[in-house]
Design a protein around this ligand. Structure first.
Ligand code: PRP
Ligand code: URA
Length: 210
């Protein structure tokens, strides 16, 4: 059975996503908002990181307290738009490694085309969070996760800012073991497989192309 997708309903996330949707938001502000939303989402997506008990000496006494148990984390952005989420993720978990997967959607078939893959050598021992602002048909996320699994990773999460129901269903069916985190679940895909209402082309808006 697949894990129930986690839709973030925190007011700060919803507010920032509203600004991301606005067509008048320019690239600089758009990039900053993507980083801020990613940071807030990461806070939730890392909630179940394992902890261990340690003893430390405070100025007052010896205290038993908890720290992260050293399980290694890797973020894997899907190029290109996923790059926009890396800084926000690393702000929260600076020790994480970063892999990269290059996929683009063919403009005619809307199917993902693979062009790059570089992952940490020990990816099989790491908890992996795949990051991409948009989950539309789900094709890119499904293929990216297949590539990561082929290289040995077993513990994978997927985090996106906006998802379409079509992509979410396809992803949870293809990878029922992957916990999905979304900032917002939108209405549907249009005839060009863009998310409605969505925010347009995330890569173009982050990098000022088009
Ligand atoms: C966008 C987005 C996802 C993909 C989602 O990337 O960043 O990777 O589309 O669509 P899907 O769920 O239908 O696969 P795009 O292919 O536009 O490439 P880019 O990031 O290089 O702009
Ligand atoms: N990719 C985007 O950047 N936006 C969409 O709405 C769909 C795919």
């Amino acid at each position: 059975m697949s894990a129930t997708p986690f839709i973030m309903d925190h007011p700060l996330i919803q507010h920032k996503i509203a600004l991301l949707r606005d067509k008048n938001t320019g690239s600089k502000e758009f990039r900053e908002l993507i980083a801020e939303v990613t940071m807030l989402m990461c806070y939730e997506a890392t909630r179940d990181l394992p902890m261990k008990e340690v003893e430390i000496e405070t100025p007052i006494t010896i205290a038993k307290t908890k720290v992260l148990a050293g399980r290694k984390l890797a973020f894997v952005p899907i190029l290109r738009a996923g790059i926009g989420m890396v800084d926000g993720a690393l702000e929260l978990v600076p020790a994480a490694k970063v892999g990269h997967i290059g996929l683009y959607r063919d403009p005619v078939t809307h199917k993902p085309v693979e062009y790059y893959c570089k992952l940490p050598a020990d990816i099989g021992e790491r908890e992996v969070i795949v990051i991409d602002p948009m989950l539309a048909t789900g094709g890119s996320a499904i293929d990216a996760i297949k590539m990561i699994k082929r290289r040995g990773a077993k513990n994978i999460k997927f985090m996106c800012i906006i998802a379409a129901p079509e992509g979410l269903n396809a992803l949870t069916e293809a990878h029922p073991d992957v916990q999905v985190y979304c900032g917002a679940l939108d209405d549907h895909l249009n005839e060009n497989k863009y998310i409605v209402p969505g925010l347009g082309d995330a890569g173009d808006r982050i990098f000022g192309t088009k």
